[in-house]
Structure formats: structure tokens, C-alpha cells
Design a protein around this ligand. Structure first.
Ligand code: DQA
Length: 149
């Protein structure tokens, strides 16, 4: 069974209490639980990880090689700054979908740039927690198109 890594970056551990008017009232635990449930319906396994540290996120991407066939990444504010995370994603050659709860293009100009989108299959933003489930659908479709050799 294919496995997907759901990786969340800085401050996303505070979901539910952090600016609920922007990010909603759903906690990270609820998002992760919803991912596990939705993945089951798609015939996928899911592993979830959150870190506030750029290096730990990079390590997780490196360790995904050979373990996971897809990555869903909400890199939080590192989205807009981290060439290192972008390089890590290119290096492991695992299909990745970028997710943001908020519509980053409708917010401050500094959030309009994403280094992740340069190497991701695509970006889903503005749909709150549902974005993670849409990303799982997208990865499931992609993996069905190109089953592992
Ligand atoms: C975010 C958007 C980022 O700009 C912000 O820094 C976050 C959350 C989102 O999910 O909407 O931490 O990635």
C-alpha cells in the first residue's frame, strides 16, 4: 500500500487557537485524523509529522525516500523563505502537493511567493483543513496513473 507523508511546518501545532479567523478552529490533531480516515478510503497509508524547525522538516523529507510515495507539505512561513526545503523536495524526487489553509494569494504580498510551488505537483490553498483531503485525492490519482515499478 502506498504511503503519504503529511508534513506540517512552524506554528501549525497551534491550529485551533492560532488566529482562528484566518486558519479556522480545527486542531492539527483533527486535521491529521481526517487525513488518516480519508486515506483509508483511498487505499493509502498516512504518516503525520509537524515541526517548528527547518532542519527537522528537511530531515523528514530526506527520510521519506523509500518510505513514502507522496508528500503533502504545509511549510507554514518557510514556504516563503526556504530554498533549503525546496532543494530537499527536488532531491528526493517524491511527488509533493503544497497545502495552505488560507488563500496565501489574497493575503500580504510576502505570502504570494512560494519556493515550494516551484517543485510541487501543485498548490491547494484557501480551503482550510479540506485542502489536505483534496491533496490526498490528487496524490491518489497521480499514484494510480503511475503505479510504482
Ligand atoms: C500557511 C500560510 C503561511 O503564510 C503562514 O505563514 C502559515 C500558514 C497556511 O496554511 O495558510 O504558517 O501555510
Amino acid at each position: 500500500m502506498a504511503s503519504i507523508l503529511v508534513l506540517n511546518g512552524p506554528n501549525l501545532n497551534l491550529l485551533g487557537t492560532r488566529q482562528p479567523e484566518v486558519y479556522g478552529s480545527v486542531t492539527l490533531a483533527m486535521v491529521e485524523e481526517a487525513c488518516v480516515e480519508h486515506a483509508k478510503k483511498l487505499g493509502l497509508d498516512v504518516a503525520c509529522l509537524q515541526s517548528n524547525h527547518e532542519g527537522a522538516l528537511i530531515d523528514a523529507i530526506h527520510e521519506a525516500k523509500g518510505q513514502h510515495q507522496g508528500i503533502i507539505l504545509n511549510a507554514g512561513a518557510y514556504t516563503h523563505t526556504s530554498i533549503a526545503l525546496m532543494d530537499a523536495l527536488i532531491s528526493v524526487e517524491i511527488p509533493a502537493v503544497e497545502v495552505h489553509l488560507s488563500n496565501i494569494h489574497a493575503r500580504e504580498p510576502f505570502r504570494h511567493t512560494s519556493y515550494i510551488s516551484k517543485v510541487a505537483l501543485g498548490q491547494i490553498c484557501g480551503f482550510g483543513a479540506q485542502g489536505y483531503l483534496l491533496a490526498l485525492d490528487a496524490l491518489a490519482a497521480r499514484l494510480n496513473e503511475a503505479p510504482a515499478a
